[in-house]
Write a new protein. Sequence first.
Length: 288
Amino acid sequence: MQRRHFLAAGALAPAAAAAPKYSYRLRYAPHVSNRDVDHHRQLEVFAEEGFKAFEFNGLPKLSNAEITALAKTKERLGLAMGVFVINRGGWKPSALVDRKFHGDFLADVKRAVEIHKIIGNECATATSGLGIDTLSYTQQTTNCIEALKRAGELVEKTKMVIVLEPLNVRVDHAGYFVVMSKHGAEIIANVNHPNVKLLFDIYHQQISEGNLINNMRQHWSQIGYLQAGDVPGRKEPGTGEINYQNVFKAVHGIGYQGIIGMEHGWTKPGIAGMVEGFAQYQKADGWS
């Protein structure tokens, strides 16, 4: 080989030797939550790192123009989208628990349908809100079922699934009504609508009840979406007490094809912090 050809070949070597993207076994969806990085750039980083999906709780806070721009980035990168949160008032208003808030909740569902038509998200999160002392547990549960049935009717002609999220009351959401996965699954079973399912958040359920794998298996027919974060602190899998290798192995074994929303904070800031966190995902995804 002549020297100039050797040098040219050498110049190409770094590109040829570039490490391939990690190929994940499950559809992990990093959350657009890093305040240090532009929304669009976060999506680009996710795609560069081998992810096929993302989620973004705060999407409804953006304007239609901003959502449309993000949808274009999503399509350019070939990404799917998991959830955003339907309840624009947050988790505290008793959106499902109290009938007087059902009108507001259903208006939020209609707005969610509008957003879905723009960005094509697969699911959207609904929160029950705080429990009410003046209503019985049974009546509050009945009200949740009623609201979700009506919500199901609003989304049944779309490809979007509403997912009810139980939250923990021990650490983050004191007074919240739907806490245990069994209670959430019972509500979903009574709603009995294909577009209304349960969100099983591994972080919340570890705090609330533990027994993660058995509970997921028991309620699997009602579960439509999963989210992950470690305990304590809600950071990347591998930073706390949950054995995510075993949990994800069980999820894979069940045959789950849906998105797993990685709804957690980052141990370190910026893009470098996210990429370092993704190494934790790979460890959790590396079961044998």
